[in-house]
Design a protein around this ligand. Structure first.
Ligand code: UGA
Length: 436
């Protein structure tokens, strides 16, 4: 099939490339010429494991191409996916900014040629697909098209596997014709028996927010329970394991930490709160999850301060990991963005290392941080080390070496990577999250 993907951001690039890998012919369009030039020369603007190789392979095999020319990319497409950004609105009110979606709809409309399904891939509030439909109809009354919603459930760092082996594919349609096009696009997944959930457009749009909100609630829940564990002297790791063994609950997303970050949970929880407000409804559990998440980040600052004896002034703190999770260079809403400046404001000096995120981190963190070439360099001369992101390379550190490099053997493990007893035996003053 012929697919056009508008937007070569994270979602557009991964989805377009994976569709090409399915065997479809995919044209990825972006307005930013610089980005297209880079993609054409084999450079990938984001770090996502496996993506560079897959892009190169599909470009080589002539199934994937990049262009700025929308007028050439739309005619002849069976489906045009809109995968442009939906950042939080600049007004700071939690609404998603849909400008780019509506712009894309207006711009593609004149070039529609033959029956085409316009699919919203970006995470968008309920009603957006209908608005897209109105815009296209207005600009091109003769066009033969349907709109559809096909939310993505990709995790950064695992996006290719998530795409190729999804738990389910959700398609929201309003005609059998559109359903057939989307089912044909996802046909390669029938082989691995992926369930395709076919719903109305509104249900599909809301499903995405509900899934992300539920996961955010699950994380905030275990973070609160971790705090209770600290108070009563229980161990959250064993607790989460036992709780997660209940098939109704499941073991995933029960890892406590410094709070969730990234480009999705923080934005989507707020957007959901705004959407329901408009309908006079409430999502009180989601509101609570957001509050708990903010409190968790603040609690981490206090944890670090307490470990340093009550004040971070004049102390050097080493941070291992800056990104919101491993296997990405994405710094958006990373807990490190609020934790590190809070410590610096009170006079702490920061040495930091991240395997992929240091260039991005410089855009989000204050000046004055010393970026180290590796974990050991980051620990040299520091009064404490904070394991912020659980990158694989921080999971088997030479702990003796770390201890000798530190001025004080203080290890604050915000991802519970290390065993408290072992750390104690090695002579560390150790704190995890939710474990005495
Ligand atoms: C999330 C969802 O998992 C995807 O299904 C969804 O498609 C995506 O948002 C999106 O809306 O595009 P992502 O933001 O890439 O994916 O990352 P996650 O792996 O979900 O992690 C989000 C945050 O939660 C990270 O900061 C992570 O450290 C934190 N987390 C996750 C925990 O603190 N504990 C856990 O048990 C799991």
């Amino acid at each position: 099939m012929n697919i056009t993907m508008i937007g070569t951001g994270y979602v557009g690039l991964v989805t377009g490339t994976c569709f090409a890998e399915f065997g479809h012919h995919v044209t990825c369009v972006d307005k930013i010429e610089e980005k297209i030039k880079k993609l054409d020369s084999g450079q990938i603007p984001i770090y996502e494991p496996g993506l560079k190789r897959l892009v190169a392979k599909n470009v080589d095999e002539d199934r994937l191409r990049f262009t700025t020319d929308l007028a050439a990319a739309v005619p002849g497409a069976d489906a045009v996916f809109i995968a442009v950004g939906t950042p939080a609105s600049r007004r700071g009110d939690g609404y998603a900014d849909l400008t780019y979606i509506y712009e894309a709809a207006g711009e593609l409309a004149p070039y529609l040629d033959g029956y085409t399904v316009i699919v919203d891939k970006s995470t968008v509030p309920v009603g957006t697909a209908r608005q897209v439909k109105r815009i296209i109809r207005e600009k091109n009354p003769e066009a033969d098209f349907d709109v559809a919603s096909n939310p993505e459930f990709l995790r950064e760092g695992a996006a290719i596997n998530d795409f190729m082996r999804p738990d389910r594919v959700v398609i929201g349609v309003e005609s059998k014709r559109a359903e057939k096009v989307l089912r044909d696009i996802y046909k390669p997944l029938y082989l691995i028996e992926t369930p395709i959930v076919c719903t109305t457009i509104e249900t599909a749009e809301l499903t995405k927010y509900a899934a992300n909100a539920f996961l955010a609630i699950k994380i905030s829940f275990i973070n609160e329970i971790a705090n209770v564990c600290e108070a009563v002297g229980a161990d959250v790791t064993a607790l989460a394991k036992a709780v997660g063994m209940d098939g109704r609950i499941g073991p995933k997303f029960l890892h406590p930490g410094p709070g969730y970050g990234g480009s999705c949970f923080p934005k989507d929880t707020l957007a959901l709160m705004r959407i329901v407000q408009e309908y006079g409804e409430n999502v009180r559990l989601v509101e609570a999850a957001v509050e708990v998440n903010a409190a968790q980040k603040a609690r981490m600052v206090k944890k670090i301060r307490d470990m340093l004896g009550g004040s971070e002034a004049g102390k050097t703190i080493s941070f291992l990991g800056l990104t919101f999770k491993p296997e990405t260079d994405d710094m958006r809403e990373s807990p490190s963005i609020s934790i590190i400046p809070a410590l610096m404001e009170k006079g702490a000096k920061i040495r930091a290392h991240d395997p992929k995120g240091m260039e991005e981190a410089k855009k989000y963190l204050p000046d004055g941080i010393t970026y180290a070439s590796n974990a050991y360099d980051a620990c040299t001369g520091a009064h404490a080390v904070v394991l912020m992101t659980e990158w694989n390379q921080y999971r088997a550190l030479d702990l003796e070496k770390i201890k000798n490099l530190l001025k004080e053997p203080i290890f604050i493990d915000l991802r519970n990577v290390y065993d408290p007893q072992t750390m104690k035996e090695l002579g560390f003053k150790y704190a995890g999250v939710g474990r005495k």
